[in-house]
Design a protein around this ligand. Structure first.
Ligand code: FES
Ligand code: MG
Length: 595
């Protein structure tokens, strides 16, 4: 071996990784990094690799869930293209928790927790190795924000790549994961047979990919594009074919993402230059027009905090009040992400919104171009002969009829409701109070919940559960029993993006931290008003509030290990349920680790 050369063509891209590998043969830092290079040689580094940009490739892979089961294949394509572009990939993994599989089990408490854990894992790997850029790849709900948060937290050079959604299942291609959940309620009400139940179970999920509708994964992937951290067509492309092969579109997304990353490296474009306040406004606008999940409120607030962009839960209302609902997607309507892809994908929606004045066109994106430049070749009007997206002139629903932020005496710091076009103005009825999802589900499936009831599920917030488990079973059981339009749910927990019905979630403050939900008793009258945007208990005098507060004893659910740490660190849902040590915020603001 002679002295190892440093690749001159990429020396300017290596701002950080020189700290790991040294700058040039003979230099003092080069000599000091000899032992590190000795170890790296054992993992296939050759002489000229030490001159290349180091790229973290995060594979949020697990064979435990279809959402991320193919992500290792995508990571291999990304890594190969990084090599082609003259970089050196460093691969690593993260945990993945599928909501669909863990919902309704104690394991579900780890789902939202996993978002911040994934972000921490990526930060740990990327910062420890002082890599120059990163491509993070994820499929399921939490891996998507979790894979974007560390880029924003450290103002890194990074691109997020979505694994893609699953194809619809069944002989009529009309089944998905939510069909399986709703079948449970339908079976319990004897509306279907065991054979029909088994048929749905066998066919709902035909292969790799995230949940197909405008549920949380597709909502967050769309937000990745709208925000500018993902390449334009990557949110719409499905993951795999019915034959089980990763699609050529997804392979191209891998290469496009790496090309975008190298553009960002060459031009010094970092995540916070992309994810500005205006970019977050674009992201919320696109999510509202698509018909996205309530979880987007939580995740976007968390991402904005990481980016140090001032954004509050009230900003969602400002945007909701002017953006119509254009998408006709499951769970509230008929289409899935593959149908959006068929008509041109997320760029078709974005161009239509841009052309009608709903988006900021001048936001920079990871392609190195602005939003407007990315969309230059896309027609301003939606394709004819389709109704996957409806035009702004004749939308599925007018503004302020999809996701709304409610306040009121039960949610002084905010709550979220998803109307998805429902004309519901007001729902009032007696509180049916449960301290866990299981107890509520037993009551629904046992036939004890009736028309007009307001099912309250409390002590399931970020700190109370802990982990703010996502719920689909109670709302799906109500739908399955034909009560979806007549019974409301109010909770300090979260709802799956696959849920529909009258559902108020993320109620803040949560019961465990002294929020008013904890004061409710069976039979109290609760009113949800979507015009006034309130969720309230009716008829309590000031004395009654005092009496209830004096009598309040929190329900404490034991937690250990990761969940106990989480309970200590988690902030309210109205601040994205982000985990952070609040005193350190100012230190971080003054010294971003990836200068
Ligand atoms: Fe993973 Fe739905 S459970 S995307
Ligand atoms: Mg989910």
């Amino acid at each position: 071996d002679g002295p190892a050369p440093t690749s001159s063509s990429h020396s300017d891209l290596r701002r950080r990784s020189a700290a790991l590998t040294g700058t040039r043969p003979g230099a003092p830092d080069w000599i000091r990094r000899t032992a590190a290079r000795a170890m790296l040689r054992a993992v296939d580094f050759k002489d000229d690799d030490f001159g290349k940009p180091l790229i973290t490739v995060t594979s949020c892979f697990t064979n435990a869930t279809p959402c991320n089961a193919h992500v290792d294949e995508l990571a291999a394509v990304v890594a190969e293209h990084v090599r082609q572009r003259g970089g050196k990939p460093l691969l690593h993994g993260t945990p993945v928790v599928s909501d669909g599989e863990t919902m309704g089990t104690p394991g579900m408490r780890y789902s939202l927790v996993s978002r911040d854990l994934i972000a921490d894992c990526i930060e740990c790997q990327h910062e420890a190795y002082a890599a120059d850029g990163l491509v993070t790849i994820g499929g399921c709900d939490k891996t998507i924000p979790g894979a974007m948060m560390p880029m924003l937290r450290h103002d890194a050079v990074g691109v997020f790549l979505y694994g893609g959604s699953i194809l619809p299942g069944g002989p009529q291609r009309n089944l998905d994961f939510v069909s399986a959940i709703e079948a449970i309620g339908a079976r319990s009400a004897n509306r279907i047979t065991d054979e029909e139940l088994l048929h749905i179970e066998r066919h709902a999920c035909p292969g790799a990919g995230a949940c197909a509708g405008a549920f949380t994964a597709n909502t967050m992937a769309t937000i990745g594009v709208a925000l500018g951290l993902s390449v334009p067509y990557s949110a719409g492309h499905v993951a795999a074919t019915y034959e089980g092969r990763v699609t050529e579109h997804k392979r191209q997304d891998c290469r496009d993402s790496v090309d975008a990353l190298f553009t960002c490296l060459e031009r010094g474009i970092t995540a916070r230059q992309i994810a500005t306040r205006k970019a977050f406004e674009n992201a919320i606008t696109v999510a509202m027009a698509l018909g996205g999940s309530t979880n987007a409120v939580l995740h976007v607030l968390a991402m904005a905090r990481e980016a140090q962009v001032p954004l509050t839960i009230d900003d969602f209302h400002q945007i909701a009040a002017r953006v119509p609902l254009l998408g006709q997607f499951r769970p509230f309507s008929k289409y899935v992400m593959a149908d959006l892809d068929r008509i041109g994908g997320v760029p078709v929606l974005m161009k239509h919104l841009l052309a009608h004045g709903y988006l900021h066109g001048d936001c920079l994106t990871c392609t190195g171009k602005t939003v407007e430049e990315n969309l230059a070749d896309v027609p301003a009007e939606l394709p004819a002969g389709q109704d996957v997206l409806l035009p702004v002139q004749a939308p599925y629903a007018p503004p302020a009829r999809h996701i709304l932020i409610l306040k009121g005496n039960l949610a002084p710091e905010g709550a979220v409701i998803k109307l998805s076009g429902k004309s519901l103005q007001r729902h009032a009825g007696p509180a049916r109070v449960f301290d866990s999802e299981e107890a509520a589900l037993d009551a629904i499936l046992g036939g004890h919940i009736h028309k007009n009831d307001v099912v309250v599920i409390r002590y399931v917030g970020p700190a109370g559960a802990p982990g703010c488990p996502e719920m689909l079973s109670p709302s799906a059981a109500l739908v399955g029993r034909g009560l979806g339009a007549d019974v409301a749910l109010v909770t300090d927990g979260r709802f799956s993006g696959g849920s529909h019905g009258i559902m108020v979630g993320h109620v803040c403050p949560e019961a465990y931290r002294g929020g008013p939900l904890g004061l409710l008793r069976e039979g109290d009258t609760i009113a949800i008003d979507t015009v006034e945007r309130t969720v309230s208990v009716i008829g309590w005098s000031a004395d009654e509030w005092d009496r209830r507060r004096a009598a309040w004893k929190p329900v404490h659910k034991p937690a250990s290990g990761l969940l106990a740490k989480y309970r200590r660190l988690v902030q309210p849902a109205s601040q994205g349920a982000i985990t952070r040590v609040v005193e350190e915020e100012e230190d971080e603001a003054s010294t971003p680790p990836s200068a």
